[in-house]
Design a protein around this ligand. Structure first.
Ligand SMILES: Nc1ncnc2c1ncn2[C@@H]1O[C@H](COP(=O)(O)OP(=O)(O)O)[C@@H](O)[C@H]1O
Ligand SMILES: [Mg+2]
Length: 326
């Protein structure tokens, strides 16, 4: 297939589950070869259903899915062999040793055994030392690595990661991000779902936002983060202030709680991380102005906050931010 051809083209995809719930409503989505695409959305948005449809686990009600330039319908089996899936749920053969489980995943797709490839995958995920351990004996984070190893065992060109870092600690999350970046360097196309804006910000080339089974927007990450990123900080002042001192008037701040709390809201327009560094600047300015503070509560708005904002207008975001600060 040509390099310029999309690796995945979803058109008009609808899924109504038995029982009548419609989880996907006319989804159109095109994924470019070699990109990292983050699908962001709250619980129940339809992310796992969408992945399931592409991986042959969920039968679409209507719509078409083309992968590698071919229609998924009739060609399901041989196309699926070129797709990797790291599922959201940790359902795997818990009593198997790591290496057997990973080898098995390769065999499942009809590939010849390749001990060197399996070893490479296990080493890359820091699982080589654990290769003979039963999966059930590993920590949650290590189990998640096994799922990734299983998904990479058959050298997929297109890899889905369904909330790969939900509930894992920060260190492991960073480790996974490195793994994903390495995969991209090797030419694998990666589609991941996540709740974490930070994750999308770190990893993705493009971001799609899904809610209620509909794609709300798809954009280059940079452009989207500029529109959506927000940081809120609540700085508890040692002494109440009657009005904003001129030294900090240029910051996006307001006084609340009868002058006892300085409320910062910013970062939009320059990306989510810009807010954090601006808060650092703000605290320096406070110190220079001789204003003491007793605590800072800083909060990066989650995608769910942003959805609330999108749904109910700017007041809703303010209200949820106040709630978080109290
Ligand atoms: N097998 C199923 N039968 C009925 N409803 C389902 C089934 N699987 C998921 N759903 C519903 O479809 C919606 C989307 O689910 P899902 O795709 O898992 O969302 P997400 O992964 O974004 O959290 C949810 O409301 C969920 O309850
Ligand atoms: Mg899900």
């Amino acid at each position: 297939m040509q390099a310029s051809q999309p690796i995945l083209e979803i058109t008009g995809l609808t899924k109504t589950y038995k029982g009548g719930f419609t989880a996907l409503r006319g989804v159109d989505l095109t994924i470019r070869r070699g990109e990292i695409f983050a699908l962001l959305g709250p619980n129940g948005a339809g992310k796992t259903t969408l992945i399931g449809a592409v991986c042959g686990l969920v039968r679409p009600t209507s719509g078409t899915i083309r992968v590698f330039g071919e229609d998924m319908g009739p060609n399901w089996r041989h196309l699926r062999a070129r797709i990797g899936l790291v599922p959201q749920e940790l359902a795997t053969d818990m009593f198997e040793p790591v290496i057997r489980s990973v080898r098995h995943s390769r065999g499942l797709f009809g590939l010849k055994p390749d001990p060197q490839h399996i070893e490479g995958v296990l080493r890359a995920l820091s699982l080589w030392d654990k290769r003979d351990a039963q999966i059930r004996t590993l920590s949650g984070g290590m189990k998640r690595r096994v799922l990734i190893a299983k998904a990479l065992a058959h050298e997929p060109e297109l890899l889905f990661l369904d909330e790969p870092t939900a509930g894992v600690d920060v260190e492991l999350r960073r480790d996974m991000w490195r793994q994903i970046a390495l995969l991209r360097e090797r030419g694998t196309t990666v589609i991941l779902t996540t709740h974490y804006i930070e994750e999308a910000e770190e990893m993705a080339d493009r971001v799609g936002v899904i809610r209620d089974g509909q794609i709300l927007m798809v954009d280059e990450k940079k452009a989207m983060m500029e529109r959506l990123g927000r940081t809120e900080a609540f700085i508890a002042l040692a002494q109440p202030l009657g009005q904003l001192p001129p030294q900090i008037a240029a910051f996006p701040v307001t006084l609340t709680d009868e002058g006892r709390v300085l409320c910062y809201r910013g970062g939009g327009g320059e990306g989510a991380s810009a807010g954090t560094s601006e808060v650092a600047e703000l605290t320096k300015a406070l110190t220079r102005a001789g204003i003491d503070y007793t605590g800072i509560d800083i909060h990066e708005s989650s995608l769910e906050d942003i959805f609330v904002n999108l749904l109910e207008g700017p007041d809703a975001l303010n209200a949820s931010a106040r709630g978080a600060g109290e």
